[in-house]
Design a protein around this ligand. Structure first.
Ligand code: MN
Length: 214
């Protein structure tokens, strides 16, 4: 039987991040939105001879695949991978430390200045998309992608957006509208209360391993 893509298992409950992200939003976001991306990739690939690739490899190699519906696959594969990063990127009570903290302070002047810039970019993104902290050539940048594009999709995003994702923030309305309505900035501020710095640090520290394998 063909290996298919699956929802990742969450190691927390839907109400874990109350009041910052409400349980209903978490439930719908994970079981409906994310599940749909997964179903769509499986449906597109079902009738093709494309070998199963880990999702990160799939989004990095979309252009070399010889299949129809490539744009739809790109949207849904991005949707799947972006949400994996988003779920992993949430955890209560972690703190920024180590080399990531050092580089943020070095490049942005202070953590507060980094946060201000991130918030400003996140609130200014028009329409649906993602805000990222990416790493490339030992430099951090805050970038945005539209729809479900990802900074690892070299062929789909502009060069300025290409890099290794360290932090991922979903600013599609489905991520916050039930609780925050039109106040995206309040959702962004809540994100900082539940950001998983352990995961961000881990991604930062394993970037070199990623480069060696890709
Ligand atoms: Mn989403």
């Amino acid at each position: 039987m063909k290996v298919t893509y699956k929802l990742p298992i969450l190691n927390y409950s839907y109400d874990e991040f109350e009041p910052y992200i409400d349980a209903e939003t978490m439930y719908i976001h994970y079981t409906k939105h994310h599940q749909t991306y997964v179903n769509n990739i499986n449906n597109i690939l079902k009738s093709t001879c494309t070998p199963f690739l880990p999702i990160e490899k799939l989004i990095m190699n979309l252009n070399s695949l010889k299949i129809e519906k490539k744009i739809v696959l790109c949207n849904n594969a991005g949707g799947h991978f972006n949400h994996i990063l988003f779920w992993k990127g949430l955890k209560k009570d972690t703190s920024l430390k180590g080399n990531l903290k050092k580089l943020i302070e070095e490049q942005f002047g202070s953590f507060e200045e980094f946060q201000n810039q991130f918030n400003h970019i996140a609130v200014s993104l028009f329409g649906s998309g993602w805000i990222w902290l990416i790493l490339k050539n030992n430099r951090l940048s805050i970038v945005t992608t539209v729809n479900q594009d990802n900074p690892l999709m070299k062929d789909s995003v502009t060069n300025v957006c290409v890099g290794y994702p360290i932090i991922a923030l979903d600013v599609w309305e489905h991520a916050y509208y039930l609780r925050y309505k039109n106040k995206r900035i309040d959702y962004i501020k809540s994100f900082w209360k539940i950001i998983n710095w352990d995961e961000a640090t881990h991604r930062f520290d394993t970037y070199k391993t990623f480069l060696m394998n890709n």
